[in-house]
Design a protein around this ligand. Structure first.
Ligand SMILES: NC(=O)c1ccc[n+]([C@@H]2O[C@H](COP(=O)([O-])OP(=O)(O)OC[C@H]3O[C@@H](n4cnc5c(N)ncnc54)[C@H](OP(=O)(O)O)[C@@H]3O)[C@@H](O)[C@H]2O)c1
Length: 157
């Protein structure tokens, strides 16, 4: 029986570890081909090899840093250069910092905003118009219920 994702490709960010690996596996089980991205090239390759073999799909690892402004555009270019298409976008890459603002590391704080928010908007901006035009596809944004709560020491997250 044909699987629901056959003939489609899911791009999963933050797919070298954690929740991203499990989400990638969910899509692979449904027959989606995968594009996996994160900074750790070796870990990405391992996930891609394992999921491709286990679920009879194609998995393409593309390493890169999405917290660098323009990181999303660089990734989209690398995807297009490989002749790949994105039918489903999973914006999962992200991290959280908790602690007092006073004495916090500015680069780390701004990096969190750039990865959790800016890169998500950048990638969605690239892929959303085609999904709408085709009336097919989707974007899954992975976030935390903590972002809806005015908790102490996590204001920026
Ligand atoms: N774990 C939780 O309890 C929890 C709860 C609520 C929400 N979340 C959210 O769920 C998502 C995944 O969390 P997780 O717990 O699975 O985190 P994780 O285990 O730390 O994995 C994060 C993933 O993001 C990638 N990543 C980190 N910085 C990156 C960068 N600059 N550019 C590209 N990729 C980057 C990491 O790979 P590299 O290091 O190789 O780049 C890794 O693949 C995050 O958005 C997080 O905020 C998690």
């Amino acid at each position: 029986m044909a699987r629901t994702g056959e003939g489609q490709t899911a791009l999963v960010t933050g797919a070298s570890a954690g929740i991203g690996v499990d989400l990638a596996e969910c899509f692979a089980k449904d027959g989606y081909d995968l594009i996996l991205t994160a900074r750790s090239e070796g870990a990405l390759q391992e996930v891609a090899t394992r999921l491709a073999a286990a679920h009879r799909i194609k998995a393409t690892p593309i390493a890169g840093d999405l917290s660098i402004p323009g990181g999303g555009a660089t990734l989209a270019k690398a995807i297009a250069e490989r002749g790949l298409r994105v039918d489903v976008l999973v914006n999962n890459a992200g991290y959280g910092i908790a602690g007092a603002f006073d004495g916090s590391d500015l680069t780390e704080q701004l990096g969190m905003i750039d990865l959790n928010d800016r890169a998500l908007v950048e990638l969605t901006h690239v892929y959303w118009p085609r999904m709408l035009a085709n009336r097919r596809g989707g974007a899954l944004n992975v976030a935390s219920t903590a972002s809806f709560q005015p908790g102490p020491l996590i204001a920026i997250y």
